[in-house]
Design a protein around this ligand. Structure first.
Ligand SMILES: CNc1nc2cc(C(=O)NN)ccc2[nH]1
Length: 378
């Protein structure tokens, strides 16, 4: 395995491939991101219910910050005065921030979109805000983000092709404006976001236009927005041949463990999703035996841990009976342990994929992993 060290600039290297699947690393001044990579979501400057050190220890190299939440609270200029997001939350590795566009459209109130950006009211206190491509990049810079996302317009599916095309073309114009606003920041990157809904021709047009901007990485956005998994996978297959093989591909907002296997198989390098953390807070455990709902009465006297073979204490040292009790009692420790378990499982899955790709056995690994989920618990 090629060992990777932080570098003064932003570099991506593919170390091995197996079919369309790739494994390698992004090296940046703040650290190395082994790919395929899963980014825990740290919405309000915290990966909910986790210490930053725990997130690092379970194998995460990079976390995601949400621009929409942080610009509203504590505020971008305030965050800069406080030393930036890394210092604030004590995460010394790379941070990727989204642009805020998706959350403005899904969380804010009274939002109005125009050619220059979006005007909206905060879901927290109703104050009015304006987000332009330039302001989004400025905010991400003030936060200290290492990988910044362009502002784009993401449409929910199903949607009329005209609406999808309009949003995709607006997103391309915003990509150029973000590229200009970002300028040259050695060691940092700005990624474009391929849009185009579930319309292959629009997806290809979006990808080709973004590649002409010669960006450092490319996200595939506007998926996992209500479409069937088959449609999501078809869009990845449509876009992949048009993205440069030597730059990272990031699938936004995805996904379940099965989504991750099938997307890595199709050439995706990076992921973020609230699934492991949100599910953990709701009593759901992701394990190599499949998903387990600890609220279910069948666990009330089950003395087994979630996974005795796991290196994660939350999976190995606590009985299901205890986790069931904590979940039924709405105890904070229940959320903490299940979040810890779930993030550890997701990182173990990514590490397993990286090793399998290096050893040319990815499809076997994927099949064995799925079989483990199906096997009725011993
Ligand atoms: C949970 N599904 C899901 N889809 C997403 C798409 C985007 C996007 O296109 N941003 N520009 C962001 C977050 C997402 N989360």
């Amino acid at each position: 395995m090629t060992d990777h060290h932080p570098t003064p600039d932003f570099r991506f290297r593919v170390d091995a491939t197996d079919g369309q699947a790739r494994t390698g690393a992004i090296t940046m001044p703040r650290g190395v991101v082994r790919t395929p990579a899963f980014m825990p979501v740290g919405t309000a400057a915290t990966v909910k219910a986790m210490y930053a050190d725990q997130v690092r220890e379970l194998g995460a190299d990079i976390v995601l910050g949400n621009t929409y939440h942080l610009m509203l609270r504590p505020g971008a200029e305030r965050m800069a005065r406080l030393g930036g997001l890394h210092h604030f939350m004590r995460w010394d590795g790379p941070i990727l921030t989204d642009s805020g566009g998706f959350q403005v459209m899904s969380l804010s109130a009274l939002r109005k979109l125009d050619a220059d950006g979006v005007t909206f009211r905060s879901h927290i206190d109703g104050t009015a805000h304006r987000m332009s491509p330039e302001r989004s990049i400025e905010i991400q810079g003030l936060l200290g983000s290492d990988i910044q996302m362009q502002l784009d317009e993401c449409v929910r599916l199903p949607a009329p092709p005209e609406a999808i095309e309009k949003a995709m073309r607006l997103s391309l114009r915003w990509a150029e404006r973000c590229r200009t606003a970002f300028g040259e920041q050695p060691g940092k990157a700005m990624f474009g976001i391929v849009q185009g809904g579930d319309v292959p021709d629009l997806r290809v047009a979006s990808a080709r236009a973004l590649v002409d901007l010669d960006l450092k990485g490319y996200a595939i956005g506007g998926l996992a927005v209500g479409e069937p998994q088959a449609v999501m996978l078809a869009m990845i297959e449509t876009v992949e041949p048009h993205l440069p093989a030597h730059k990272p591909r990031y699938l936004m907002g995805v996904g379940t463990p099965d989504d991750l296997l099938r997307s890595v198989e199709r050439g995706v390098d990076m992921f973020d999703c609230v699934m492991p953390t949100r599910a953990g807070r709701h009593g759901l455990a992701y394990t190599r035996h499949g998903r387990i709902n600890l609220r279910n009465a069948r666990h009330a006297e089950d003395t087994r841990p979630l996974d005795e073979a796991s290196a994660c204490p939350a999976a190995r040292d606590y009985s299901r009976a205890y986790l069931h009790h904590l979940v039924r009692s709405d105890e904070i420790l229940g959320m903490m342990l299940l979040t810890w378990n779930n993030l550890a499982y997701y990182q173990d899955l990514m590490a397993g994929m990286r090793a399998a790709i290096r050893e040319g056995r990815f499809l076997t690994f994927a099949a064995e992993t799925r079989a483990g989920w199906e096997r009725a618990e011993a």
